[in-house]
Design a protein around this ligand. Sequence first.
Ligand code: FAD
Length: 335
Amino acid sequence: MVNLTRDFFIALSNNQFLNDNAKRWGFRLGAEKFVAGTDLPQAAEKVKELNERGISVTLDNLGEFVNDRAEAEAAKNQILQVIEYIHKERLNGHVSVKLTQVGLDIDKEFCMENMREILTKASEYDIFVNIDMEKYIHYQPTLDIVKELHKDYENVGTVMQTYLYRTLDDLKDLEDVRLRIVKGAYKESEEVAFQEKEDIDSNFMEAVKIRLQGNAFTSIATHDHNLIEKVKKYVEEHQIDKRKFEFQMLYGFRVEMQYALAEEGYNFCTYIPFGDDWYGYFMRRLAERPQNINLVLKDTFYTEDNRLKTGAVVAGAAGIATLGFIAGRRSRKNK
Ligand SMILES: Cc1cc2nc3c(=O)[nH]c(=O)nc-3n(C[C@H](O)[C@H](O)[C@H](O)COP(=O)(O)OP(=O)(O)OC[C@H]3O[C@@H](n4cnc5c(N)ncnc54)[C@H](O)[C@@H]3O)c2cc1C
């Protein structure tokens, strides 16, 4: 059942048609629970609140399905604006970028040029740029680009997904690169990825231990309290310097735990997604945890004192009707 739900939402996240239309429906359907706003000033409000609690941020100007050069250039310019904004407003934060946003699916060289421009601007202000890891089809090209860029820029790093069998091997080549360790958000085949939580978790801990024994900075990105406890125990037992790592979680998730970890004296960074291209990101979050759907439905349809919100019901009904209409039209077309 859980797998069915996960596959269903991942399939929705991959649907470009729904993705495009979601922008037109607007920022509804509960996305604001996990997305910090549709523009930078809205997101900056949330950033400032977190910074005041001693929490740093990584800003992701959401963007998917970039298929032409003009869109990739526009995405690059938006990322440059985010970097300027972080500097100007003195925010405690960095940026997270997806290579497909800046042209990886169009032309590798063009994508590299865009990344060079982003990294040059970011290094002027001493701002770090993380390259998020996407589907397995992009894995090797992403690693190649990161390694190439790292020759010229110290302020670039990337993400390792511990559901992949090859992660521990690949870590050897990335000893001096700042990395984020995650379980992995996409649906990958058993040819390349562990399918069982137990295996993914154990690979996650192995990767974290290897990194904490090395010198480069590591972001440990998970909402899994069991893994967080294991990391804390390992750090204590091996007297690991807390400056060598941080915990990371996504905006809107386990907020009390985020505050608590920061208050306990751990470096903490919240991943802040924002922008109008929120649909794919939002669907992947629903895929990860069926309880997120309940959370979103409850917030969308009910007030704090458990009364039904009329506006939301109308929006929800309109959304469902639109989906039904679209599905009907598509299946008629496909016949
Ligand atoms: C900061 C950050 C950046 C990321 N970047 C990438 C990336 O670049 N590429 C990529 O592929 N993936 C990325 N991910 C997503 C990641 O790969 C996982 O898909 C996602 O984090 C879910 O796995 P998890 O480790 O959080 O725990 P899960 O395996 O989802 O959960 C484990 C257990 O933790 C508990 N739990 C989890 N969430 C909650 C909650 N909200 N409330 C209460 N209990 C909860 C539950 O008991 C659950 O069974 C990122 C994640 C984070 C946090």
